[in-house]
Design a protein around this ligand. Structure first.
Ligand SMILES: *[C@@H]1O[C@H](CO)[C@@H](O)[C@H](O)[C@H]1NC(C)=O
Ligand SMILES: *[C@@H]1O[C@H](CO)[C@@H](O)[C@H](O)[C@H]1NC(C)=O
Length: 286
């Protein structure tokens, strides 16, 4: 009797073990293309959790960067870029300097635009280098990733994912020029969605609504400088005219690092998920 029970016990244990390793058998391969700086600090927490759940993550980044360093919960893959760490650091130092300058608003505006343009060029040159590296692209293609996790503010990941035909999950706080709305065909009424940088609430007076409609025109310039080069790059690779909206509409899921506790309500689409709490993942005690 007892050996029979023991045998049954062993079988049950075996079954239990089999069930518990089940999810591991389905472990996915995730290609992570982060945006450097504070953006990466939140995404790193998501990658840590993916690893904890048995998935493999490869983080792809320019060899010259600020915060994206190797960790034990992902594989770091770097690509060469046509600038040095000194040039990169100098650009960042210029940016910090402007933040502390006390000058006329317009002077600061034009200076920020110049620095923003420099940073955009640095990021974009890195992306070109990556996309035109046949060896690296071939290697990434051969790895057969299940999904790309990327911040669309650095659209290189989105272009790469579309080029390799890998489903994409976007992980972002904001993207200017309402590209998230356009890329998902989400309703976007100017009458009650306060535009980026306006400081309006969702209850606006008539004049505020007018301003709310005009603000995006100024932002268009920023998008033209920082994001539109990626549309040209994608057009080179797909050998047809491709817009940023085309690239972003490839996204399967949009994870927004915002929360309606702090942000005004807005229409959302079924593939949008709000995960604002992740910003507090590495909080310090008060
Ligand atoms: C392509 O990428 C690989 C791996 O990052 C690197 O070793 C190689 O030098 C790159 N090739 C070119 C032409 O940049
Ligand atoms: C990726 O690999 C597949 C299968 O070998 C091939 O058909 C496809 O053209 C490759 N894509 C790129 C972008 O190299």
């Amino acid at each position: 009797m007892v050996p029979v029970l023991q045998d049954l016990g062993m079988r049950l244990l075996g079954l239990l073990l089999l069930l518990s390793v089940g999810p591991w058998a389905e472990a996915g391969k995730v290609l992570v293309v982060p945006m450097d700086g504070s953006h990466w600090l939140s995404m790193r927490e998501a990658v840590r959790e993916l690893h904890a759940r048995g998935h493999q993550a490869v983080v792809l980044t320019p060899e010259v960067n600020m915060h994206i360093k190797g960790e034990d919960f992902f594989t770091l893959k770097t690509y060469t870029v046509p600038h040095t760490q000194e040039e990169f650091d100098q650009n960042f130092a210029n940016y910090i300097q402007i933040v502390f300058e006390r000058q006329h608003f317009l002077k600061i505006f034009f200076k920020s635009m110049a620095v923003m343009k420099d940073s955009a060029v640095i990021l974009y040159r890195g992306c070109r280098e990556l996309m035109y590296n046949k060896t690296l692209i071939g290697h990434l293609n051969a790895t057969s990733f299940d999904v790309v996790l990327t911040d669309p503010v650095y659209p290189c990941g989105a272009v790469l994912a579309k080029y390799l035909s890998i489903p994409t999950v976007f992980f972002l706080r904001y993207i200017p020029c309402d590209l998230d709305f356009e890329g998902t065909q989400c309703p976007n009424p100017s009458s009650y969605i306060p535009r980026l940088l306006t400081r309006h609430s969702d209850h606006m007076t008539f004049l505020q609504r007018v301003r709310n409609m005009l603000y995006p025109l100024a932002l268009k310039y920023i998008c033209h400088v920082t994001l539109s080069p990626y549309a040209s790059l994608a057009s080179e690779f797909f050998q047809r005219q491709v817009s940023l909206v085309d690239i972003l509409s490839h996204g399967s899921v949009w994870l927004f690092r915002v929360d309606f506790v702090m942000d005004y309500p807005r229409p959302i689409m079924p593939n949008m998920v709000f995960i604002g709490g992740i910003n507090c993942a590495s909080r310090k005690l008060l």
